[in-house]
Design a protein around this ligand. Structure first.
Ligand code: BGC
Length: 234
């Protein structure tokens, strides 16, 4: 779990990032204590935006694919606000990254439908139509040949199965083609740590008709976007 102070006007982080290892098991209470420690580290009392790897509706966590299942049904906004004493607003992590990319990165000024996928432990998605976010899409859970997309093409799977860029790129291509068939977007943006290696695998995405670009805000998008989410409506 990591935090930084963000200038939401410029999209820049104005402090170093501070990290604390995600507790195991990643229960609501254990993570709330980490949020408290993170805000204390910065002596922060202002607004806090938190990106969460699951569906977040009006602050309530609805899914937790890669975290402790006891999160489901918890009012995360209330829990983290209580733990930290700061006003906390939670948002899906990929939606957060998308907000940052659309405002300060690869999606800036792009009209029509833009789809950002984050490739990490899971696959997250954020859909924008003329710059407006459609919240809580879950393309990482699209089922392809009986298996969910994030079990085929997340960067975790590339590591676990020791896939080459070609093998992994072709799995990702299938996911993009499926999304393309359903949404006909104007642009795909690929985020997550592996977007740094975009040049290594872009050639294996050649059957995708839609332009595909790497995220520009890279590893700061999640934090910057979570900050943007605060006050941005739920
Ligand atoms: C979750 C998404 C999340 C993504 C990336 C998926 O397993 O269902 O909500 O955005 O992982 O963390």
């Amino acid at each position: 779990m990591k935090a930084a102070e963000v200038d939401t006007d410029t999209g820049e982080m104005v402090s170093d990032k501070f990290r604390i290892k995600t507790p195991k098991p990643a229960t609501p209470e254990a993570m709330a204590d980490v949020v408290r420690q993170l805000t204390e580290h910065f002596s922060w009392t202002g607004p806090v935006g938190v990106g969460f790897p699951g569906v977040v509706q009006s602050g309530v966590i609805q899914t937790a694919a890669n975290l402790d299942k006891s999160w489901i049904g918890v009012d995360g906004d209330a829990l983290f606000t209580e733990a930290s004493g700061c006003d906390v607003v939670m948002i899906n992590d990929a939606d957060a990254a998308g907000l940052a990319e659309m405002r300060f990165g690869a999606g800036e000024g792009v009209a029509g439908t833009v789809i950002l996928l984050t490739l990490g432990t899971g696959i997250g998605s954020a859909v924008f139509t003329n710059g407006q976010l459609v919240r809580n899409t879950e393309f990482g859970h699209l089922v392809l040949d009986g298996k969910i997309a994030e079990e085929r093409a997340s960067s975790r799977i590339k590591e676990e199965k020791e896939l080459s860029y070609k093998q992994w790129g072709k799995a990702l291509e299938k996911v993009l083609e499926e999304v393309e068939k359903l949404f006909w977007p104007n642009l795909f943006i690929l985020g997550g740590g592996i977007s740094k290696e975009f040049d290594e695998y872009v050639e294996h995405l050649d059957d995708v008709r839609t332009p595909v670009v790497p995220a520009e805000a890279l590893n700061r998008a999640g934090i910057v976007g979570a900050a943007l989410a605060h006050g941005g409506g739920r």
